[in-house]
Design a protein around this ligand. Structure first.
Ligand code: UDP
Length: 236
């Protein structure tokens, strides 16, 4: 089973690759080639990028920095990632457009629903910058909202570990991967922290499946886009 249109959520931390922060452009090039295989197989690709490699609002707020301002700084971080990815993609021969959910006409086209549809119809990858453009949210929630808005069939949530585990795989090597988690369980179980609850709740409410997987394995994005993932499917 192959999805027709996917939303790939990549965090800022993943984009920083070998580095402590910032962008690992070599990894971006690798990602471009991986996504090209998905695009070439006729699957439309929308990308929501995080910004945690630059700033996360909840961590930055304080000492006078208001939460709203901190979140705006976080959103600008996502913009930097989106702009870099867009250039890397085009350099690697993958047609793409960066659409921004914050007003930044000098650097990117604004996110407009019809414009996004037009780019997708023209076989371009759509990279969305600025999350959803409002504070007190993360790019996980923005990813689910965007996937609904653009009628994506699935959210592919890229994570360090390949799926959701019964225990924290970072601290427990015996943690067992769960191939399927119900949307209800994902929302209710406090130990499932792979995405924020707002994102999981929104997906559950609208029957949108989420695949949690390790996107940095060769061929894994294409496999997930074809429903052949090795991670965890969160669905009702
Ligand atoms: N952010 C926001 N509204 C959004 C998306 C993001 O305010 O719609 C801010 C928020 O401060 C967040 C930061 O941008 O912490 C970076 O996004 P996120 O933490 O989701 O990045 P990731 O952890 O995926 O790299």
């Amino acid at each position: 089973m192959s999805y027709k249109r996917i939303l790939l959520k990549i965090s800022g931390e993943q984009l920083s690759g070998r580095y402590e922060g910032g962008i690992d452009a070599e990894l971006g090039s690798w990602l471009a080639d991986e996504i090209k295989t998905v695009q070439n197989s006729g699957i439309e690709v929308v990308i929501m990028v995080g910004g945690g490699n630059f700033a996360r609002g909840a961590q930055l707020a304080g000492h006078g920095i208001k939460r709203v301002t901190a979140d705006q700084i976080g959103m600008l971080g996502t913009m930097m990632n989106a702009l870099a990815l867009n250039d890397i993609f085009e350099y690697r021969g993958l047609q793409s457009r960066c659409l921004s959910n914050i007003f930044a006409e000098q650097v990117a086209e604004p996110f407009v629903h019809r414009l996004a549809e037009k780019h997708l119809a023209q076989q371009r990858v759509v990279i969305v910058a600025g999350g959803i453009g409002r504070p007190y949210l993360t790019t996980d929630t923005a990813a689910v909202s965007l996937a609904l808005e653009l009628s994506c069939d699935v959210v592919l949530k890229a994570t360090k570990f390949d799926g959701v585990f019964d225990q924290d795989p970072a601290t427990n090597p015996k943690a067992i991967r769960l191939p399927h988690v119900s949307g209800d369980e994902a929302v209710r179980n406090p130990s499932i922290r792979v995405m924020d609850k707002a994102a999981l709740g929104l997906a559950l409410e609208h029957n949108l499946p989420i695949i949690v997987f390790d996107a940095l394995n060769s061929g894994s994005i294409l496999a997930a886009a074809n429903g052949r993932h090795t991670g965890t499917l969160i669905s009702s």
